[in-house]
Write a protein that binds this ligand. Structure first.
Ligand code: AMP
Length: 566
C-alpha cells in the first residue's frame, strides 16, 4: 500500500472509532493523465492548431497529442527517469510542449516550466535548485542554453523541441532532437496508478523579493483547479469553443488552460512564439477563436493592430485578462468597440493560479453601464474552491464593505501550503490561510479589488495610497503608454508618490498636463508630488512593471514638496 493510502486507511479506522461512517464511493484518484485519457476518448478528433517556432502553422488532434505524449513517457523511461524526477521545459505554447507535460506527469515525474524571460543566471539558479535532470527547449532559446549548459550539473539530457532538419548547431554533443527522441518509442505505457497527492508540476515565483521559490503542484490540486476553472463563471469554456491561451504555459500553467482545454474538449489554438498584434489576430481570426486569455500588454498590442487596420473580431466572444490590473481603456475597447466580453481575473503562481474572476451577477447587471464598468474593473469574485478574507496588520478580519483595505488571504485545495524544499519556512496562518502579499478590499457582493502589492503600497501620513489606482488613471491620458507610481521617502508624510511616465511614440506631455489630467479623478492627498518621464518603464519576466528597478533608478530623485514641507 502507498504511504498516502495507508494514512487514509488509518484515518478511516480512526473515523469509525469516532462513530463516523465512510462513504462507499470509488477512490478514483484525481490524476492529470485522466484529463488526456478523457480528451482522447471523447474528443479524439478535436483539432489542435499550433504556430510552430519553426514557422508554419500545423494541425493535429487530441488523440495525436495523447499518443505522442505516451511516446515521450517511454523515451523518459528509457533514459532512466524515475517518479519524482524533475523534467524542465523552456518552451512556448505548442503541441510539443503539451506532449512534454502529459508525458512527464503521466509517469509520476514532475514537469518544471522555466521562464525564458529571466536572465540566464536566474534560470541556471532555478534549474540547480530544482535539480532538473532533463531540459526540453525550443530552438529560439538556443542562446540561453549555451549560456547555462556548463552551470547546471544535474542535467543529464538536453532535448531540442524540433526535428532533425531544424536542429540547431550546438556544442552539446549528445543533444537529441525531439522527433527522433520520441520517434523510436512505443505508444504503450501505464499512466497514473499512483496516489493523487503525487507531485506533478513545478513553477518558480518570479522572485522580485529574494530568491525565486518553487510551487509544487500535485495531481489532485491540478485536477481540482481544472474543475474550478471549468465553472461557467470562471473560465467557462466548452467543447464548442476555440480556445487560445496566449498566456504562456510557463506563466502559472497558462492559467490552467493546458489542462482545462482538453478536459472540456474545445479546439485548442497554440500561438507559439509570436505575440505581436498581427500574429495574434491571424490566429484569432483564421482559427475562429472564441475564448482567449493573456496579460494586458498582449491586448494593447492587438488593439493597436486592430485600430490601425480597421479589422474586427467576429468570432471572439470572451477574453480573460489578468496578471496585472486591466486598464479601463482595454476593457472599454474590447466591450464597446468589438463586442467582446472581458473577464478580469486575478491569481498567482501559488494558487495554480486562478483566485478570482469578474463574472457579473444579477444585482450588478441591474445597474447602469458606467456602474457595471466599475465592477468589471475590480478583480472579481472567488469561484467555488477558493476562500478569501481581508485582514488588518494584526490578522483581524476586516468587513466586506468595499472600502476597508487589508491583507488578502486565501485558502483552498489548489493553494500552496509550502514552497519546494521548505524555502521561506511556514507560509500559512493558524487557520491555514496563505497571505497573497496583495492589499485588497471585498465588497458586499463578493467582488474583490486589489489596491496594491503590500510592498508597493505608498504609506503617506499613516494612510495607504494605492499605486495601482494612480497608474490606472494616468494611463487614461491619451499620450501615456505606461505609468508607474512609487513611494519616495518624505520627512513629513513618511512617503509620497512619484509618478513615472512612458509616453506613446511621437506623443508629448508635460508634468503639468499629467497632473491636470489626474486632478479631480483621485483624492487630493493621492496626487503625485512629482511626475517624471522615461523612455521605457522596465518590465519583469511575466510582463509586470519592475518596481524594484524603478525604486533603485529614482531613489535619489528630489521631490519638489520636500523643500516646501521643510
Ligand atoms: P504571478 O505569481 O507572477 O502570477 O504574480 C501574482 C501577482 O500578480 C498577484 O499576487 C498580484 O499582485 C498580481 N496580479 C495578478 N493578477 C492581477 C490583477 N488582475 N490585478 C492586479 N494585480 C494582479
Amino acid at each position: 500500500m502507498f504511504g498516502a493510502d495507508k494514512k487514509k486507511a488509518e484515518a478511516g479506522v480512526e473515523s469509525i472509532k469516532r462513530g463516523l461512517i465512510l462513504g462507499q464511493m470509488q477512490g478514483w484518484q484525481l490524476t492529470v493523465d485522466k484529463i488526456l485519457d478523457h480528451a482522447h476518448q471523447n474528443h479524439g478528433h478535436q483539432e489542435i492548431v499550433t504556430r510552430t517556432v519553426e514557422g508554419p502553422i500545423v494541425r493535429s488532434t487530441y488523440s495525436d497529442l495523447y499518443w505522442r505524449a505516451r511516446q515521450f513517457s517511454n523515451a523518459l523511461l528509457a533514459d532512466g527517469v524515475q517518479p519524482g524526477d524533475r523534467i524542465a521545459t523552456l518552451a512556448w505554447n505548442t503541441t510539443r510542449h503539451m506532449e512534454c507535460w502529459y508525458g512527464t506527469m503521466g509517469i509520476g515525474a514532475v514537469l518544471h516550466t522555466l521562464n525564458p524571460r529571466l536572465f540566464p543566471e536566474q534560470i541556471a539558479w532555478i534549474i540547480n535548485h530544482a535539480e532538473d535532470t532533463h531540459i526540453c527547449y525550443d530552438i529560439t532559446f538556443q542562446p540561453i542554453i549555451e549560456a547555462i549548459k556548463d552551470k547546471v550539473p544535474t542535467v543529464k539530457r538536453w532535448i531540442v523541441l524540433t526535428d532533425k532538419a531544424h536542429r540547431p548547431p550546438s556544442p552539446i554533443a549528445d543533444l537529441r532532437n525531439y522527433e527522433d527522441y520520441i520517434g523510436e518509442q512505443s505508444k504503450d505505457v501505464v499512466w497514473g496508478n499512483f496516489p493523487e497527492d503525487t507531485a506533478c508540476g513545478l513553477c518558480y515565483t518570479s522572485g522580485t523579493t529574494g530568491d525565486p521559490k518553487g510551487v509544487l503542484y500535485s495531481h489532485r490540486s491540478n485536477v481540482l483547479h481544472t474543475l474550478i476553472t471549468m465553472q461557467v463563471d470562471a473560465l467557462g469554456c466548452s467543447a464548442r469553443d476555440g480556445i487560445m491561451p496566449v498566456v504562456p504555459m510557463f506563466h502559472a500553467n497558462a492559467w490552467g488552460i493546458s489542462l482545462s482545454a482538453p478536459a472540456v474538449g474545445g479546439k485548442l489554438v497554440l500561438p507559439g512564439a509570436k505575440m505581436d498584434g498581427e500574429s495574434i489576430y491571424e490566429m484569432l481570426d483564421g482559427e475562429k477563436v472564441s475564448f482567449t486569455a493573456a496579460v494586458p500588454t498582449v491586448w494593447l498590442m492587438l488593439l493597436h493592430y486592430l485600430e490601425s487596420t480597421g479589422k474586427k473580431l467576429p468570432y471572439l466572444k470572451k477574453v480573460v485578462i489578468g496578471g496585472s490590473a486591466v486598464p479601463e481603456r482595454i476593457l472599454r475597447a474590447f466591450e464597446e468597440n468589438y463586442d467582446v466580453e472581458v473577464i478580469h481575473a486575478w491569481g498567482m503562481t501559488e494558487m495554480s493560479p486562478l483566485g478570482s474572476l469578474g463574472a457579473m451577477t444579477t444585482p450588478v447587471l441591474a445597474q447602469d453601464h458606467e456602474s457595471i464598468v466599475k465592477y468589471k474593473l475590480k478583480q472579481g469574485r472567488a469561484p467555488f474552491g477558493v476562500e478569501m478574507k481581508i485582514t488588518d496588520d494584526d490578522g483581524k478580519e476586516l468587513p466586506r464593505d468595499g472600502r476597508s483595505a487589508g491583507h488578502l488571504l486565501v485558502r483552498g485545495p489548489a493553494v500552496a501550503k509550502a514552497y519546494f524544499k521548505g524555502a521561506g519556512g511556514e507560509i500559512l496562518d493558524k487557520d491555514g490561510f496563505f497571505d497573497t502579499g496583495d492589499v485588497a478590499n471585498l465588497d458586499e457582493l463578493g467582488y474583490m479589488q486589489i489596491t496594491d502589492r503590500a510592498k508597493d503600497v505608498i504609506k503617506s501620513g499613516g494612510e495607504w495610497i494605492s499605486s495601482i489606482d494612480i497608474e490606472n488613471f494616468a494611463v487614461g491620458h491619451p499620450a501615456v503608454a505606461c505609468a508607474a507610481a512609487i513611494g519616495l521617502p518624505h520627512p513629513k508624510w513618511d512617503e509620497r508618490p512619484l509618478l513615472i511616465i512612458e509616453l506613446k511614440p511621437g506623443q508629448t506631455a508635460t508634468r503639468e498636463d499629467v497632473l491636470g489630467y489626474l486632478n479631480g479623478k483621485i483624492a487630493k492627498w493621492w496626487m503625485p508630488d512629482d511626475v517624471v518621464f522615461t523612455d521605457k518603464i522596465p518590465l519583469g519576466a511575466t510582463g509586470k512593471i519592475n518596481k524594484l528597478v524603478l525604486r533603485a533608478t529614482f531613489k535619489d530623485h528630489k521631490l519638489p514638496t520636500i523643500q516646501a514641507a521643510g
